[in-house]
Design a protein. Sequence first.
Length: 396
Amino acid sequence: MPRDTPTGNAGEVFLAFLRLGCTAFGGPVAHLGYFREAFVDRRRWLDERAYAELVALAQTLPGPASSQVGMALGLTRAGVPGALAAWLGFTLPSALIMAGVAAGAVGARGMLGTGWLHGLQIAAVAVVARALWGMAARLCPDARRASFAVAAAVLVTAVPGPAGQLGAIGLAALAGLAFLRAHAVEPGAGDLPVPLSRTTGAAMLVAFAIILAGLPAVAAAAEGTWLTIADAAYRAGALVFGGGHVVLPLLQAEVVPTGLMDRESFLAGYGAAQALPGPLFTFGGYLGAVIGGPLGALAGLLGIFLPGFLLMLGALPFWARLRRGTTATAALTGVNAAVVGLLAAALYDPVWTNTIHRPADFAVALTAFLLLAAWRVPPAVVVALCALAGGGLAAL
């Protein structure tokens, strides 16, 4: 079967994701909201169903979910160069700042606890709520699919972590097969071009496994600091579900007990990473920079993102083929409804519970949602306004 032809170019993808890398605050769930607004609503690179499928696929794979969705978006738009451009644009701003933190040029602790940072977190609440509103309207338009979404939200709230997420997606697929055949979209609806062959995808999956199995032995034999960093980062990126916050204990176990880094430096860098836009996985670059300088930073950054890159691009050709079947469309209709539920649960915890603490916070979040949903104000402008509001509230 011929491969799909990309319709864009890597430069276009890089600039789009660079803007998001500078403005997408709030962590992985908020990033998915920013992506949806930018690439589904505004640029229309793909439709709501295809986007929900990418989110579902990223939730079932180890690695940084939002970055993997970004890589997939870049791939569908401009091929493998587009996937690399999406990763580079989204990652570069945060990675450069974290390198400055590691070098002591930026005060990590000074970035925390400020009113403007809380304002940025409030903006993330509005962005996620806007994404949830739009996806629910398109993917859960009837009582049955809305019930699927609520059931998924209840399950992942009651069973937090990967088990709840994977369980909700798996059960929704089975329930879709049983109850949603009449609601399933026709095969081919929700275009998802994947310009990779299944042979290439299989090669990427094999490469992922070979590196995971062989890198520890290579690092032990070569006795190079940068290889040690790459090995620790790769294993963390390959074995973690759920994004940056979940990877913290894995990385800490690799570098603090072994004496590569003291606990205070580890926590200071992690705190700084949470204050920045873009992916939390750039923390791997910070660890590498503190331990091994510029070469260590590169090893940590590439090591922690490479597993997710290989897994997502390796799985996409098979996913694209699977979704074309008539039976698969019923299962994916259920999965898409479940994705809405996962986003609803994440809007509650951690986005809402960690951010909205008083009536003034709620007022700012509600106003930001109005600007996004009704007035169609660009998210970058809303983020800036929320930062100013947060600073003003802190001064009162």
